[in-house]
Design a binder for this molecule. Structure first.
Ligand SMILES: Cc1cc2nc3c(=O)[nH]c(=O)nc-3n(C[C@H](O)[C@H](O)[C@H](O)COP(=O)(O)OP(=O)(O)OC[C@H]3O[C@@H](n4cnc5c(N)ncnc54)[C@H](O)[C@@H]3O)c2cc1C
Length: 487
């Protein structure tokens, strides 16, 4: 029986582990954290449950199929979000893409012609992505045909550049429409982002930690070994072939090693220098990663019903500042968090047991750079904590403007920065979705396919980093591709 060592118990590692253990391989997953899940996890503080990072996933056809293949689909319940959009110009809760478009046209009657032209172009990008994400074979072929035509036109245009063709930077319409995805995202993905938002964004009623725990449990039932609190410090390579891993000083032999974790870490610190070419290392060092996020976790004394009465949706997209901001250009701007838009998510709305009785848990998320204010004050812990508290106060002040009195209901508060995400998961710069979404600076030639091979024999990539644009479905894609390679 061949032995497999997997580094990381995120979705990528857990899915790969399950599929290989079921085939009879002797699989061990090494996870540095005390719980499985990586970015797809959750935690409780003072009785309030919060998602660690991701609050939803798209491409449900892939996620649900994976859960059915592993035999755990019926152990979880999936729910959609409802979105409310608020700015100084509008306040509405669209249920569909068409309602979203119509709402903007109603809010900006003077700009109706420009909006119509803008949406005509976006519709052309929406249709093939919607077909692809429907998960059917016909949809896939339709998408390939549709996107092939659009690929060369749009691949190097970011969503920010595309939006600025129609709307002046700094206007509310520019902010709203350029915020539909990551600012550096290629506009090719805008159709997918919109389709996900209104048709295919799912959350787990029991919380994402339950999602990870169920996969971990099934893996153990299939005789897999899950070693938590076990950071791998080295991938052992002999004559160009991976032959095991080193964890807490112990060397563990394996026939195959799967790095289901951060790509940069794998090549720049887990492999000994000289294992791969200097040119490859240079490329790895220089390729940009996706944007980070700050998450503020709030435990409130308001019940779910009271909070939802205020929110009128489970997720609220809030944009009150009216400034043009650019994430990259704002890395030295101390006022960034006074201007950035943010989302508010009622975590406990999906299941009352996620908060103490009569109370609720909420997450506020803001796209943020790891490099803001000199990497959040570098290694100086007390200045870092000070900065973090100031950011939290800034956002809570804005929340108070939106819902006067809400700050009096806060019983618990904490915040994760891109540094926190990096510390807990070892993902470089707290990258939320692997490599940069900007296709001008991509790591792989293929945009959507899984790239699991490495120059080291018997070493594979089993995390979302095998896909240019990462994501939870990306991690599943990587897991499937690893299993296919190993056979
Ligand atoms: C705030 C936020 C929002 C997101 N929103 C979405 C979304 O809407 N849709 C979507 O599809 N995706 C979203 N994502 C991304 C998605 O969560 C990830 O792409 C996906 O969960 C990645 O899974 P993974 O297994 O590839 O990697 P990870 O989740 O990063 O798992 C890697 C695991 O490896 C472990 N590890 C690392 N190094 C070592 C080591 N040396 N030894 C042992 N263990 C190690 C880590 O602790 C971690 O558990 C979001 C992420 C964040 C942070």
């Amino acid at each position: 029986m061949k032995s497999i060592a997997i580094i990381g118990a995120g979705v990528g590692g857990l899915v790969t582990g399950n599929l290989l253990a079921r085939k009879g391989y002797k699989v061990t997953i090494f996870e540095s954290h005390i719980n499985p899940g990586g970015y797809t996890a959750g935690f409780r503080r003072n009785g309030f449950y919060f998602e660690a990072g991701t609050i939803s996933f798209e491409a449900s056809f892939r996620v649900f199929k994976m859960l059915k293949d592993i035999g755990v689909y019926d152990k979880l319940t999936f729910k959609n979000h409802q979105y409310r959009f608020i700015s100084k110009d509008y306040d509405y809760t669209p249920r569909t893409y068409d309602e979203f478009k119509n709402g903007l046209m109603n809010a900006y009657p003077k700009q109706i012609n420009t909006l119509k032209k803008y949406f005509r172009e976006v519709d052309a990008l929406y249709r093939p992505m919607a077909a692809y994400m429907s998960g059917t074979k016909i949809g896939k072929y339709k998408a390939i045909a549709g996107l092939a035509l659009l690929y060369f036109k749009y691949r190097t245009q970011t969503i920010t550049e595309f939006t600025s063709k129609y709307f002046e930077k700094g206007t509310q319409l520019f902010r709203t429409l350029s915020n539909l995805g990551y600012p550096e995202m290629s506009v090719l993905f805008i159709g997918g982002a919109l389709y996900s938002l209104f048709e295919d964004y799912w959350t787990v009623k029991e919380g994402f930690q339950a999602f990870a725990d169920i996969l971990a449990e099934k893996f153990k039932q299939n005789n897999g070994t899950l070693r938590l609190n076990c950071p791998v410090e080295k991938i052992i390579v002999k004559n160009g072939t991976a032959v095991g891993v080193q964890c807490k000083g112990e060397q563990i032999a394996a026939d195959k090693v799967i790095a289901a974790c951060d790509y940069k870490q794998t090549f720049l610190s887990l492999l000994e220098s000289g294992t791969v070419s200097e040119s490859m290392l240079e490329k790895i060092r220089n390729t940009a990663v996706s944007e980070g996020v700050c998450s503020i976790y709030l435990g409130l004394s308001l019940s779910n019903e009271e909070l939802l009465e205020l929110m009128k949706a489970t997720v609220l997209m809030y944009d009150d500042s009216g400034h043009y901001i650019n994430l990259q250009e704002s890395v030295d701007d101390p006022a960034y968090f006074e201007k950035a838009s943010f989302s508010i998510y009622v975590v406990s709305a999906k299941c009352a047991t996620l908060a103490p009785e009569g109370k609720s848990s909420v997450m506020i998320q803001i796209v943020s750079s790891y490099h803001w204010m000199n990497n959040w004050c570098g290694e100086d812990r007390s200045r870092y904590l000070d900065l973090k508290n100031k950011v939290m106060d800034t956002i809570l002040k804005r929340l108070e403007t939106l819902f006067p009195g809400i700050n009096n209901a806060i019983e618990f508060k904490d915040m994760a920065t891109p540094r926190t995400y990096e510390r807990y998961t070892k993902n470089t710069d707290g990258a939320t979705s692997a490599w940069s979404w900007n296709l001008k600076n991509r790591f792989y030639n293929k945009v959507m396919g899984a790239n699991v091979d490495t120059p080291v024999k018997n070493l594979y990539i089993g995390s979302c980093w095998a896909i240019q644009i990462g994501g939870l479905p990306g991690a599943i894609n990587a897991a499937n591709a690893c299993v296919k390679k190993i056979g």
